[in-house]
Design a protein around this ligand. Structure first.
Ligand code: UFG
Length: 328
């Protein structure tokens, strides 16, 4: 009985591998290392370099390793990149996910956990977005993920197969024990970019848009700590194994921080007043996106343990410092 983690060499996937190993599970990672790192997959997890869309490969892995559940993290995740390269996103995030799901069904896998995204909602205007909010993604990235939610729902109707789709809000921070963190090259995510600016790895930070309809004019996001997010997946795995039905849940803390507020926290925690430039809006950015997390708490029993923006920034800074010093 083993769990297959696609994208397990990446940022969020590597934290899931840690959570699984900590729980005594047998883990197999499938990752093509396009953005992940071999060194992020810690022993005793088995690492296989390859493409999750390769049905022959995935069928072989399922059979050879006795896989009984799949947690699918491998994806392209940068909203502006998805606008420039929609076909790349629909191939990688949608078409290949369809192949992975087909491999799962053919291999008799009954439990599937999918990394979905708050980007499926688009511009809601709501202060806290519930799962039943009408879905209107504003980027190819959001649409590429939403289509997979639909594929999963249809597959679960036709086959002996159940899934949990977790819609992530803005994931940040690092394993509190320092075993993993965000090592992504050319990262674009706010907290990562800001800690790099604080450590002098970038000349400064640009704020994309200060004219949004929000309290300080910058976008509001719900920043969730990465180990808390991995724990939600562990809860989802338990839920499916206990016979839980198909489920789609938001994963966020239910509280928004503005871009300016995050920049202030990074400056305060690092003690560095790095330069900040105001730029125009970035395409594909909703003004505010904050989770209503009632369902993930009630249905999965998820209990966040790291809901503290200063601690999240401290973890990101510590990890970045170690990357910078080539300790990793
Ligand atoms: N931002 C800046 N400057 C930067 C980087 C980001 O001002 O250098 C702003 C963005 O414009 C946005 C906010 O910070 O307003 C957050 O941007 P990120 O790039 O960190 O994250 P996104 O909100 O675009 O997207 C992330 C994930 C998606 C997920 C989404 C859900 O990448 O997978 O959060 O809210 F769907």
């Amino acid at each position: 009985m083993a769990v297959l983690v696609t994208g397990g060499a990446g940022y969020i996937g590597s934290h899931m591998v840690l959570a699984l190993l900590d729980a005594g599970e047998t883990v197999v990672v499938l990752d093509n290392l396009s953005t992940g790192f071999r060194s992020a997959v810690l022993a005793p997890a088995t690492f296989i370099q390859g493409d999750f869309g390769d049905e022959t490969l995935v069928r072989t892995i399922i059979e050879q390793h006795g896989i009984t559940a799949i947690a699918h993290f491998a994806a392209k995740i940068v909203v502006p990149e998805s606008i420039a390269d929609p076909l790349g996103y629909y191939l990688n995030n949608t078409a290949k996910a369809r192949n992975l799901i087909a491999s799962a069904v053919a291999g008799g896998i009954k439990h599937f956990i999918f990394s979905s995204t708050a980007a499926v909602y688009g511009e809601t205007g709501a202060t806290a977005v519930g799962e039943d909010t009408p879905l209107a993604p504003v980027s190819p990235y959001g649409r590429s993920k939403l289509m997979v939610e639909w594929i999963l729902a249809d597959t679960a109707k036709a086959h002996d197969f159940r899934f949990v789709a977790l819609r992530y809000f803005n994931v940040a921070g690092a394993d509190p024990a320092g075993r993993s963190g965000q090592s992504t090259r050319d990262a674009t995510h706010l907290i990562k970019v800001a800690v790099q600016a604080a450590l002098g790895r970038r000349p400064g930070l640009s704020i994309f848009g200060t004219d949004y309809d929000t309290p300080d004019g910058t976008c509001l996001r719900d920043y969730i700590q990465v180990s808390d997010l991995a724990d939600a997946h562990m809860d989802a795995l338990r839920y499916l194994r206990d016979g839980g039905d198909n489920l789609t849940c938001n994963c966020g803390y239910g509280r928004g921080y503005s871009v300016r507020a995050v920049v202030d926290v990074v400056k305060a925690v690092s003690g560095v007043d790095f330069p900040v430039t105001v730029m125009g809006r970035r395409p594909g950015d909703p003004a505010a996106i904050v989770a209503d997390n009632t369902r993930v708490k009630a249905a999965l029993g998820w209990t966040p343990r790291h809901d503290d923006i200063a601690a999240i920034v401290t973890q990101a800074l510590d990890w970045e410092r170690r990357l910078h010093n080539r300790e990793l």
